[in-house]
Design a protein around this ligand. Structure first.
Ligand code: PLP
Length: 291
């Protein structure tokens, strides 16, 4: 029996197909046990929201996908092929208010020198409680200095690789500490990012996010939030925040493509103010994005 829900959509890149990809049954096996995605997590991915069939921040995701692949010396099929495939998968999700598409590129079967690529679409999980009630967050030391991207680029901090076991272990540790999510800090005390999110803080009319020179992913949601903030007359900037900056902020959020914006209501048990009106406006803006 197939375990898929009716909305699940799978497309696999296929150089022999005239379109360059083909749809497949997501309930049937499609990946070789020898694929380096499965055996080494050697590949890259992107996850993005799809509003009534329209992929959100598509170009920003594709650009980051290409940068992640380049940092792994991974040859990627042309972005235009991915773009067409994403739009085709999105078209099959048009009946869903909010869906999610994940695109994956792996180094392929060991020794074959042929990357494997696929796209999977499904209904987005319901994050409404996190968005409205807020989340409790634990601060975790990532164990790397803030300048590790330049001293040790092979650690691939800032690339969206398939190796997310560390990120999910951090989430489990957060839960063990009674929290819902985590914020990583560098070993020298700079706030970095969540295991699956970008950190945003508000000080008066100024929004701040960790500097892109830090070992973090360049968040696509954060880019949309800054556009929204500017349209509301707020100023925006990048910095090297500390945990004290978060504790004294007027608001802290974790941003990501599918949960959108989750306000942080406590940090290691210490309360953080939650601005419901601003959060609702932010979430509504992110939800309605088309581009
Ligand atoms: N940082 C990490 C480590 C992530 O995994 C993610 C998203 O999954 C983000 C930040 C947020 O990126 P985006 O807003 O593009 O989803």
């Amino acid at each position: 029996m197939s375990s898929r829900t009716p909305a699940d959509v799978l497309a696999i890149l296929d150089p022999r197909h005239p379109q360059g990809f083909d749809f497949a049954d997501p309930g049937r096996p499609a990946l070789s046990v020898l694929d380096l995605a499965a055996t080494r997590g050697d590949g890259v991915f992107e996850t993005f929201g799809v509003r009534s069939g329209h992929p959100q921040a598509l170009e920003a995701h594709l650009a980051r996908f290409e940068r992640s692949a380049a940092s792994l010396d991974l040859r990627t099929p042309p972005l235009d092929l991915w773009r067409r495939a994403v739009l085709a998968v999105g078209g099959r999700l048009a009946a869903d208010d909010f869906a999610v598409i994940k695109i994956v590129l792996s180094r392929g079967i060991e020794g074959a020198d042929e990357p494997t690529g696929w796209l999977h679409g499904r209904i987005a999980p319901d994050h409404s409680i996190a968005r409205t009630d807020g989340i409790d967050v634990a601060v975790l030391d990532r164990g790397y200095r803030h300048d590790v991207s330049s001293t040790s680029p092979w650690l691939l901090q800032g690339a969206k690789t398939l190796s997310y076991a560390v990120n999910t272990a951090a989430l489990r540790e957060a839960v063990r500490r009674g929290a819902d999510d985590a914020i990583f800090i560098s070993s020298d005390g700079v706030v970095l990012e969540g295991p699956t999110s970008t950190v945003l803080l508000r000080r008066g009319d100024h929004l701040l996010t960790p500097d892109l020179g830090l070992p973090i992913l360049d968040g696509t949601t954060q880019g949309s939030v800054f556009e929204f903030a500017t349209s509301r007359g707020l100023t925006t900037g990048f910095s090297h925040p500390t945990v004290a900056d978060l504790e004294h902020a007027d608001g802290v959020w974790l941003l990501s493509s599918v949960r959108l914006a989750a306000p942080v209501r406590s940090l290691d048990g210490r309360p953080i103010p939650v601005d419901r009106e601003f959060t609702d406006a932010l979430v509504a803006h992110l939800f309605e994005r088309r581009g």
